[in-house]
Design a protein around this ligand. Structure first.
Ligand code: ADP
Length: 508
């Protein structure tokens, strides 16, 4: 009798393994951090062997300490940090270079050249992405151009490229399966999101041999088998971390959105079977989709400084001792007393896209106290999220018609535990905010995908999502007040940009 699903969650800083039962309750967890390497300013690398070792160790520890028989595991799902690029020798299994991590900016020059050559529009239209070092395509090119002999070997068909899912799948199946899923493929800047296939023109623009690319498959099917203490277990689910969280949160149809409130915030809104083109700087991306289903899409946007503004209150201003104290102190005042913080520590993202902006606090009076500042910091997370949500709403309406739009927001991540922040979000965005007690949305998505492929879960409707405890937050201010608040925030953003841009251009 199969009773469990195992999710392998290879994040940016650690590898985790989480065992779930049929009700999606966590039975066992193991976690191993792995080192990050910063060989030059702006460069970020990881060692692919260390990634694999950390994940394999987490897998065995998780199963061993649960006390279950590995034969009781119905399937394994993989979710992973996206875009990170591994190139290895198909015969020896040796990586030819360290993994180039998504944050790494080394390919800025290649991106600039692509932009100058006028490829931006084709890339946006085909991949749903904008040209940026973030995505895998230019990282592969960099390896082929800079590692001695790599290009010739790739052309002879000796090298393989994979994002972290592909690398793990290949290692865990003993080199038998070389594949990725649609959600990871859509982050490479090489995949045509309309067909779910590699795009020949982009491969030729970036000079990447087709032979080194994995097969693109659905996010939920049996790819191959791994050996866990003598038990052969199917690997049956794969999704990039954000799309996996979208799936784990049960956002399967247009208008369902999720926000992960971490250091930054990651928002994804499902747009059904329609790739909504963004006019607001959002990315269009493939959502995790089971075998046999038509491709599904999401809009993706992010807030650069989310929970990080609370860390800043703690670490730099010493206004609080722990992030969760922000809720207590902010609740001691009824409002911010007209204070707004725009935490543009590294520029402003959607919908403003002002890279010169630097943060500001406006509206100070002699009566402004610590609690007002803390409350304003929390509000800034909600306002920035609302800016992205409303940009997504405009994109959705333009693409899908006036009735389209985001109807509810499911939330996860560290700062989503803050009830006051969740209430602020619901108030400002005028939508229900739903928080599950299960904090493992990302791993759960991979577990669901794997479970669906092997019949452990019968259908999307049968997934144990609704049975989980939710806390719901509903809008509790009237539309006049909301309008006033949003207007004040917009003015604060204007003030921030006015200062930063004049300062940068030295016009004074
Ligand atoms: P990440 O995965 O990005 O490291 P987490 O999901 O662990 O982030 O969330 C941590 C971030 O959320 C930190 O920036 C922290 O300041 C913030 N945070 C954590 N708990 C709370 C809370 N209760 N209220 C407000 N912010 C919080």
């Amino acid at each position: 009798m199969k009773k469990y699903i195992l999710a392998l969650d290879e994040g940016t800083t650690s590898a985790r393994a989480i065992l779930f039962d049929q009700n999606a309750a966590v039975v066992s967890v193991a976690q191993n951090a792995f080192p990050q390497y910063y060989p030059k300013a702006g460069w970020v690398e990881q060692n692919p062997m260390e990634l694999y070792a950390a994940e394999y160790a987490a897998l065995t520890e998780c199963v061993a300490k649960s006390g279950i028989n590995p034969r009781e595991i119905a399937a394994v799902g993989i979710t992973n940090q996206r875009e990170t690029t591994v190139v290895w020798d198909k015969k020896t299994g040796e990586p030819v270079y360290p993994a180039i991590v998504w944050q790494c900016r080394r390919t800025a020059d290649i991106c600039e050249a692509l932009e100058k050559a006028g490829h931006g529009e084709y890339i946006a239209k085909t991949t749903g992405l904008r040209i940026d070092p973030y995505f895998s395509g230019t990282k592969i090119k960099w390896i082929l151009d800079n590692v001695a002999g790599a290009r010739a070997r790739a052309e002879r068909g000796e090298l393989a490229f994979g994002t972290v899912d592909t690398w793990l799948l290949w290692k865990l199946t003993g080199g038998e399966v070389f594949a990725t899923d649609v959600s990871n493929a859509s982050r490479t800047m090489l995949c045509n999101i309309h067909t779910g296939e590699w795009d020949e023109k982009l491969l030729s623009i970036l000079d990447i041999p087709r032979a080194m690319l994995p097969e693109i498959r659905s996010s939920s099917e049996v790819y191959g088998y791994l050996d866990c203490m003598g038990a052969k277990i199917p690997i049956a689910g794969i999704a990039g971390d954000q799309q996996s969280a979208l799936f784990g949160q049960g956002c399967f149809s247009a208008g369902n959105a999720k926000n992960t409130y971490g250091t930054g915030c990651f928002l994804l809104a499902h747009t059904g079977n329609h790739p909504a083109k963004s006019h607001e700087g959002m990315l269009t991306t493939l959502a995790a989709t089971e075998k046999g289903r038509a491709l599904e899409y999401a809009l993706e946007g992010s807030v650069f400084v989310g929970g990080a503004v609370i860390s800043w209150l703690k670490n730099e201003l010493h206004l609080i001792h722990a992030a969760q104290d922000s809720e207590y102190f902010a609740s001691r005042v009824p409002d911010t007393g007209g204070v707004y913080i725009v935490p543009a520590f590294a520029g402003l993202g959607a919908p403003t896209w002002d890279m010169h902006a630097r943060g500001t606090i406006v509206g100070l009076t002699a009566g402004t106290g610590r609690n007002h500042i803390i409350r304003a910091a929390l509000e800034s997370i909600a306002f920035q999220t609302e800016d992205v949500l409303s940009a997504m709403n405009r994109d959705m309406k333009a693409a899908l018609g006036d009735e389209a739009g985001i109807v509810s927001l499911r939330v996860d991540g560290g700062a989503s535990r803050n009830d006051l922040l969740m209430q602020m979000q619901s108030d400002i965005s005028a939508i229900p905010v739903l928080r599950s007690d299960n904090a493992e949305a990302t791993a759960l998505g991979a577990a669901f995908l794997a479970g669906l492929a092997v019949g452990f879960f019968e259908s999307r409707d049968a997934l144990p999502i609704k049975s989980q405890d939710h806390r719901a937050f509903y809008p509790n201010i009237d539309s006049e007040e909301r309008k006033k608040e949003k207007k004040a925030w917009a003015r604060a953003v204007c003030a921030c940009r006015a200062f930063s841009n004049v300062y940068e251009s030295e016009e004074i």
